[in-house]
Every structure is written in structure tokens, then in C-alpha cells.
Design a protein around this ligand. Structure first.
Ligand code: ADP
Length: 486
């Protein structure tokens, strides 16, 4: 290897650029440490190597190695892009600066540009992504300068506002008469001045054909080449607004018809209840008459029992109507659980609801007194027990209770009846829902009771849950809270 004057040796050895000195025969005569690490060759390996073997000359995407024939050209130096073939065979994109020396030798300064190339590919990718987002956005996207002049708009703008690209660029929103309400515009720009942006501003704007449209406009300030600009994204909500209005009208109609239906049901139920009470009263009197035979009494009992079913159905319909129109009234007082359960037991006995084949237990524990609605709790317990009795042919029905951590009460009503399948367990709390099947139909009911119970329990600050297994029985658990602790 040739050697350099001492004062240049240090620079030569430490500069992070690969330096090659090439003689007129294209052979490397000198290479610095950076040249070694870039090419992967040792000094010995590089010395005498033809520069054409190190730097790609046949790649069509690169110009031929002009510096090899620089002798014949006028230029003293030349910068070109090439690929350097690393010792491993890997190609490295490089920038080559070739300088012709007075002694006819060439000095090549070679820089690895793979990092820059990767970066510029990444930048181009990002640019393409944003350009696609801008162009293909179905909303209007526009860039205006501080004077409000449109610099760039997308197809979405042209579609929404009806102007062609040529008609828009270089003009302002004022010139295009886009704003319908100037106050609205001022209000929006006031927000932009204050916050630097505005998001989904509800406004009305005008199309080229004069049609007024509803839009949601978002504006944000941005700097382009250090100059402030406005970026706007505008969504046409006209059809959505129309749909919303239609939907509201339909909903109002549905609510109105629901209200009418509820009123009708309430009125009808009240009208039926009055004569029914007459029928019930008379059949009760007839049952007490001594001169009727037992066959007659059996028939009268059927009238009485079916009448009772009908009355209970009517009462439930009235109850559901009240729940729907939020008219259920509550009356709170100090309520003793033992007194409540005694009353429940008496009602069941008095009505002749209990069945000989089914044992009925109320587990006695220490009395709990809470501030709640005793009549409503009585109603819920009676309903759960009527269901338990209805769906249990043998075995037992058990009622128990305990204090909850929150100072309320949890009641449990268990039976050994037909049970409820898993898929039906959540459905039966919805109104008019019954477990469909011959059994349910045979046992009767309109499917209102549990919906009423759930609504009452929730109004009393509690929840109701069900555990059940088909063929084994059901367990309804519900809680109520002390209203004084609410
Ligand atoms: P209904 O007012 O007709 O009694 P509910 O809402 O009280 O209706 O009950 C709905 C359905 O849930 C009943 O038709 C029945 O299928 C089922 N169900 C309720 N309680 C029980 C139970 N203890 N055992 C089995 N099935 C039950």
C-alpha cells in the first residue's frame, strides 16, 4: 500500500467515509479503515482489486461507473449512486463521489446510504397512506390558507358540495356562499381561535345548486411549510338527520299506540272486574246455601275457582299497565318478617291453595323488621308460592329468609316441582313469557306474574334470581332493602 503524508494519516484513518485511491488501471492502491468495514475486506484483500469488482456496474438502475473513464472526461469530480458488493455478496446502496487528482489517480469517497434509502421508502409509504386517506375519504376534506382560500380539496368535497375541483381551488367559502348562517360560521371560528380546533360542529351549509345540507364540521389548524393553514373534514348528515326525524316519529307513534293499548286494557279490566266481583260474590253465597246438593256445589265451586283465576288475571293486567305507565304506588312501614310470613300462610290456607301431596314449610328464624312495603312483599311471596304450588305435584315447598349484609332481607322460595330449563330461566321474567309446552298450557297463566314480581322487587331496591333444574325443582331468591337505609 502507498502511504500518505503524516498530517493526513489521522484524518484518513478516522473519517467515517470509505476512501479508495485508484490507479489508472482501475486497481485499488489505497483504502482507509472505513473502506475495510464497509466492504468487509482486509487491506490486503482490497489492495490491487479491480474497483469494477467491488462496485456494481451492470445494474441497469444505476448509471455505469462513469468515474472509471473519468480520465477521458472534462469533469474533475462526479457524485453518483451505486451498489457496493460486500465481501459476503450482499449489495449495499452507496453514494460515490469520484475526484480526479492531478496525478491521474482517482479518489473515491463512498458513503453507505442504505439507512437513508430505507427512510425515504418509509416516508414515501406514509405519504401514500395519507394521500389515500385524503383522496378516498367519502367525507369532504379540504385545506385552506389563512385567507380561507382552498388550496386542496378531495373528491368528497366535490360530491358533497357539487362544485368541481377547478371551480373550488383558489376561491374561498365566502365566494362559494357555502355558509347558510353567518352567525353559525362566526361561532365556529370563535371556537377554533380559542381552542385551535373544533370537532363535529353541527351546521348547515349550501351546495352549488342552492340546496341546504346538514353537516358535522371538524376544523383544525396546522402548519404547512411554517405557514398556518386550516384542515377541515365535513360530513354530510342530511339523510341521517332525516332518518332520525322519521325514527322519532315512528317511536312516538309506537309509544302513543302503546299508551292507548295500556289505557284500553286498564279500562277493559276495570269494566270486567265489576261484574266479576258480582259473580264471585254470588257464587260464594251459593256455595254456602244448604239446599244445594254436593254435585251442584261442585259446579258452583268450578264457577268460583275459574272466576278467581279470571280476577287474578285481570288484576295482573292492571298491575302490568301500572308498571308500564309508572303508576305503581308504594306505602312503606315497619314490616316484621314473621308477621308477613304468618299472613302469607293464612292466605294460602284460607284460599284452599295448599295441596295435600305437597308439604309446605316456613323456616322459622329470628324475626327481622325492615322499613318496606308489607303489602307488596305479601303480593310477591304469594305469587312465587302460587307458582310453586302450580308446578309442584309432590314433594315440598319451603320458604326461608335471612338478613343481608346491607341490613335488608333475602327470601328464598324453593320447590321440588317440574323445574325450568336453563334456556327459559331468563325469559320467564319477561312479561307474557311462559315456558311453552303442554304442561304450561295445562297449568294455565298469562305469564305476567314474574314480570310484576321483578318490577316490584327492583322498586323495593332488590334483585331476584332463579336456580332451577328441569325435573328437580326451582329456587327463587329475592332481596329487599330497608328503605330507611336507601
Ligand atoms: P303466570 O303469571 O302465568 O303464573 P309467571 O310469570 O309467574 O306467569 O311465570 C312464567 C312461567 O314461568 C310459568 O308459565 C312457568 O312456565 C314458569 N314458572 C314460574 N314459576 C315456576 C316454578 N316454580 N316451577 C316451574 N316453572 C315455573
Amino acid at each position: 500500500m502507498e502511504s500518505l503524508p503524516e498530517q493526513y494519516q489521522f484524518i484518513f484513518e478516522h473519517v467515517p467515509v470509505a476512501i479508495f485511491r485508484i490507479n489508472t488501471g482501475n486497481k485499488i492502491v489505497l483504502a482507509n479503515p472505513s473502506a475495510q468495514s464497509l466492504s468487509g475486506y482486509t487491506f490486503e484483500g482490497l489492495q490491487g482489486m479491480d474497483i469494477g469488482d467491488l462496485i456494481e456496474t451492470e445494474n441497469p438502475s444505476h448509471p455505469p461507473l462513469k468515474f472509471l473513464s473519468i480520465e477521458n472526461e472534462k469533469e474533475e469530480s462526479l457524485v453518483t449512486d451505486h451498489e457496493l458488493i460486500h465481501e459476503s455478496g450482499r449489495k449495499i446502496p452507496v453514494q460515490v463521489s469520484a475526484n480526479k487528482c492531478p496525478d491521474g489517480f482517482l479518489h473515491l469517497f463512498i458513503r453507505d446510504v442504505s439507512q437513508e434509502q430505507r427512510q425515504s421508502i418509509a416516508y414515501r409509504e406514509i405519504e401514500k397512506r395519507y394521500e389515500t386517506a385524503f383522496k378516498s375519504n367519502p367525507d369532504s376534506v379540504a385545506i385552506t390558507d389563512v385567507a380561507g382560500t382552498f388550496i386542496e380539496v378531495n373528491q368528497g368535497f366535490c360530491r358533497i358540495f357539487g362544485w368541481s375541483m377547478d371551480e373550488v381551488l383558489g376561491r374561498t367559502a365566502v365566494e362559494l356562499d357555502i355558509w347558510v348562517d353567518i352567525q353559525e360560521r362566526d361561532q365556529m371560528f370563535e371556537i377554533i381561535r380559542r381552542d385551535g380546533f373544533v370537532f363535529n360542529f353541527d351546521a348547515r351549509m349550501r351546495r352549488k345548486d342552492g340546496e341546504v345540507i346538514n353537516v358535522l364540521a371538524s376544523f383544525t389548524m396546522m402548519m404547512l411549510s411554517d405557514v398556518p393553514h386550516n384542515l377541515s373534514v365535513i360530513r354530510d348528515t342530511t339523510s341521517r338527520k332525516k332518518m332520525e326525524v322519521e325514527l322519532r316519529k315512528t317511536m312516538e307513534k309506537a309509544e302513543e299506540s302503546d299508551r292507548l293499548k295500556t289505557t284500553f286494557l286498564t279500562n277493559l279490566s276495570h269494566e270486567i272486574r265489576t261484574p266479576m266481583n258480582g259473580i264471585m260474590g254470588i257464587s260464594e253465597l251459593l256455595l254456602g246455601e244448604e239446599h244445594y246438593t254436593s254435585e251442584h256445589k261442585e259446579l258452583i265451586k268450578i264457577i268460583y275457582d275459574r272466576g278467581k283465576d279470571l280476577l287474578s288475571l285481570i288484576n295482573n293486567i292492571i298491575e302490568v299497565s301500572k308498571i308500564e305507565t309508572k303508576q305503581t304506588r308504594y306505602s312503606f312501614s315497619e314490616t316484621s318478617v314473621t308477621e308477613l310470613l304468618d299472613a302469607v300462610r293464612s292466605s294460602l290456607k284460607l284460599n284452599g291453595d295448599l295441596k295435600p301431596a305437597v308439604q309446605f314449610h316456613i323456616e322459622s328464624s329470628e324475626d327481622i323488621v325492615i322499613f318496606s312495603d308489607a303489602d307488596r312483599l305479601h303480593q310477591v311471596l304469594m305469587h312465587l308460592l302460587h307458582n310453586a304450588l302450580k308446578f309442584t305435584d309432590k314433594g315440598e315447598i319451603r320458604v326461608s329468609y335471612e338478613k343481608t349484609d346491607e341490613g335488608g332481607i333475602e327470601f328464598v322460595v324453593q320447590d321440588t316441582g317440574i323445574g325450568i330449563s336453563e334456556e327459559n330461566q331468563s325469559l320467564i321474567f319477561e312479561r307474557f313469557r311462559r315456558v311453552e309446552g303442554d304442561d304450561a298450557i295445562a297449568r294455565g297463566g298469562a305469564g305476567l306474574g314474574l314480570a310484576i314480581c321483578k318490577s316490584i322487587i327492583e322498586d323495593l331496591g332488590g334483585t331476584i334470581d332463579l336456580k332451577s333444574k328441569l325435573g328437580e325443582g326451582s329456587e327463587f331468591r329475592f332481596t329487599v332493602i330497608d328503605q330507611n337505609r336507601r
